[in-house]
Design a protein around this ligand. Structure first.
Ligand SMILES: C[S@@+](CC[C@H](N)C(=O)[O-])C[C@H]1O[C@@H](n2cnc3c(N)ncnc32)[C@H](O)[C@@H]1O
Length: 341
């Protein structure tokens, strides 16, 4: 039965016909996966079963969002994965069962990000320390979290960043943040390092390792799916823009609903993702198809990352830029007509 949903709810759905179409696009495990099997593809299967067959040294960037050390059901009733919380030692053994092989898929100049919550972070640091040069730990303030009677509400996640050599790609200019200036400082009466506009005062800043500008996807956002732990496109976009050159390859071995591949495609990077739940793979394929026509990433526009709740300002800036561009194009057209006539 195909489900109906409220008109303002933009959560992605699939018809049975679409499901069939997207299933046909998925790649399945074969003995030796060559680059042509994986680039710009979604492999539907168990990562542990294909680990030894993955091509080596192809990825510029690994984005790894594995099951955290929590009880979590990724739709096991329909053949999906169910993770059961365990102790640190067993979680580390689980990480060890795939992490070293995944690292082998990186180019020598590649980078890796791995996500987790505060409980998993101790093991994530250990595995990163053993196989990469750890560069940083980003803390993402998720905002949403369940309140507890006798504990602090958990509303943050960690993303560890590492590389495998001293030579690696990092483009800080591509991930600048546009922030409102609270205390505008002037020098000789002129704004110092900030811009005065009719919509307010703004500064472009280098991003820190504390990210408080990204909400989790929710039902009114077009990127939303029914995945229980879907990451926001804006968050993944930052990692990709900073750590993968244009046309480079981003590999996500726990693809879920496809966020990494979709963000990569929208940002003109290539992608490869593995996911064992066939329904999630189909969601990923539908999102990839939608990205042909719509490359928007909520919270990222005009080449900068915006603070939360600034959609109106972003739209105004895009409108002004489009107006300016059309004006320039018209002037160009006018002058070429004038010259040729
Ligand atoms: C934390 S979620 C990733 C969510 C994803 N970042 C997104 O934005 O949708 C982890 C995913 O890994 C998948 N998974 C877990 N173990 C797997 C395995 N051994 N092989 C392939 N996929 C697996 C789960 O089905 C789940 O969708």
């Amino acid at each position: 039965m195909e489900k109906e949903q409220a008109p303002r709810n933009r959560t992605l759905t699939l018809t049975n016909a679409e499901r069939q179409k997207y299933k046909d696009r998925l790649v399945h495990a074969v003995d030796n996966l060559s680059l042509s099997h994986v680039v710009n593809k979604t492999l539907c299967g168990n990562l542990l079963a294909v680990l030894d067959n993955l091509p080596k040294g192809f990825a510029d960037l690994l984005i790894i969002d594995p099951p955290y050390n929590l009880d979590k059901d990724f739709d096991s009733k329909n053949g999906g994965f169910k993770f059961s919380k365990t102790n640190d030692e067993a979680y580390l053994i689980y990480l060890e069962s795939w992490f070293p092989k995944i690292i082998e898929t990186l180019k020598p100049t590649g980078s890796v990000y791995i996500c987790g919550d505060w409980k998993s972070t101790f093991c994530l640091y250990q595995i990163m320390r053993d196989y990469t040069i750890v560069r940083n730990r980003i803390t993402w303030q998720r905002e949403k979290g369940r309140g507890a009677k006798a504990n602090w509400k958990n509303s943050s996640e960690d993303i560890w960043f590492g590389t495998i050599s001293e030579e690696f790609y990092f483009d800080v200019e591509a991930v600048k943040q546009k922030r409102r200036v609270i205390a505008p400082y002037r020098e000789a009466g002129k704004p110092k390092d900030w811009e005065e506009t009719k919509d307010g005062n703004f500064r472009l800043t280098c991003p820190s390792n504390f990210w408080d500008d990204i909400s989790i996807p929710y039902w009114s956002m077009p990127e939303n799916t029914g995945h229980p732990t879907q990451k926001p496109e804006k968050l993944i976009a930052k990692l990709i823009l900073a750590s993968c050159p244009e046309n480079g390859i981003v590999f996500d071995p726990f693809l879920g609903s496809g966020t990494t591949s979709v963000a990569a495609k929208k940002l003109n990077r290539q992608y490869f993702g593995i996911e064992m739940n066939e329904e999630y793979c189909c969601w990923a394929e539908k999102r990839l198809e939608l990205a042909n026509a719509d490359k928007d990433i909520q919270g990222y526009s005009s080449g900068v990352f915006w603070e939360r709740n600034t959609l109106n300002l972003q739209l105004m800036e895009t409108k002004q830029k489009t107006k300016k561009k059309t004006l320039v194009e018209n002037i160009d057209l006018f002058s070429s007509v004038a010259v040729s006539s």
